[in-house]
Design a protein around this ligand. Structure first.
Ligand SMILES: [Zn+2]
Length: 298
């Protein structure tokens, strides 16, 4: 998952002061009929000094900034290989309000994200992590709001040693910054995609270039409702881990569904062409020595 970036803040500022939220008749929301969508390009330099290849890649993140030390020393790093020894969450609650389903689709450079744009956040998706929180999001009795969703190709988490073609992270945050991420793996299918992916597909060309963004219709329920269904079937695992990107902060409650969602070959190819390779390698079992330290130990 990704922390709130400077890009977000600048973009939100830009949108707040230059664009009113579109209504449902806006050509902004009709990608198939509009030849000139109102793409938004941030002008600020937000090139992140990290990536997934060469000496900017995951093996070197700790060298790029003192703030990234945990990437090398942390013992609760993410992603991991999901297996039966992990706990299942209990008391998880997920609810949605009656909201208008607008979002900003943005190419952040390292991922493509969608951020809900609600005038009143209370009407968005909310999560209560339940008994499994252990001091995490919502531990103060409050609910966490859906902050953003973003994509990784291929998957970051593995399932009993198996990796998947993609992974969606739904990031929920409380007002005091506690984070819970619901992770949904993506499995390739010859024809069918989860409905969220189908609705996003026409918009992806408009954010093919890093640091571009556009308004989209956004309904996360095809992913989140099915995640909750998997939870009720006891097919979700939970563990305490970290951001999977620098600075690798260990403040994330992870919940990973065992039930992958489908992405069609066509949709996957378009998504992958934009997100490219953006997955950190699986980390050690939670509580065990960081693999980088392990590898360097004499
Ligand atoms: Zn992520």
């Amino acid at each position: 998952m990704h922390p709130l970036s400077t890009t977000h803040l600048l973009l939100i500022f830009f949108l707040t002061f230059t664009h009113a939220l579109p209504n449902t008749q806006s050509p902004l929301l009709q990608p198939e009929t509009s030849s000139s969508p109102d793409n938004l390009t941030t002008t600020a330099s937000t090139a992140a000094p990290w990536g997934y290849h060469y000496h900017y890649g995951p093996l070197s993140w700790h060298r790029l900034s003192p703030a990234n030390t945990l990437c090398k020393t942390g013992i609760r790093q993410s992603p991991i290989n999901i297996h039966n020894a992990l706990k299942r969450p209990t008391g998880l609650k997920l609810r949605r309000g009656d909201y208008r389903e607008y979002g900003i689709l943005e190419n952040e450079g390292q991922t493509v994200s969608i951020k809900p744009q609600e005038e009143d956040a209370r009407y968005g998706y909310q999560l209560f992590p339940g008994d499994s929180a252990g001091g995490g999001a919502g531990s103060g009795g409050g609910w966490a709001l859906l902050d953003t969703m973003h994509f990784h190709t291929p998957s970051e988490h593995h399932l009993d040693g198996e990796h998947f073609v993609g992974e969606i992270h739904a990031v929920f945050k409380t007002t005091d910054g506690q984070t819970t991420v619901l992770s949904t793996l993506l499995d390739i299918d010859t024809t069918i995609s989860n409905h969220l992916l189908t609705t996003l597909h026409p918009w992806l060309p408009f954010v093919a270039t890093p640091l571009t963004a556009t308004f989209v219709q956004f309904d996360p329920s095809p992913i989140l409702d099915r995640f909750y269904r998997a939870y009720r079937r006891e097919r979700v695992y939970t563990y305490r881990g970290s951001l999977t990107t620098p600075p690798c902060t260990e403040n994330v409650l992870w919940m990973v569904s065992q039930d992958p969602e489908k992405i069609s070959v066509e949709h996957y190819r378009r998504l992958k062409a934009i997100t490219k390779f953006n997955a950190r390698y699986p980390q050690n079992h939670p509580g065990y020595m960081n693999l980088l330290e392990w590898a360097c130990e004499k």
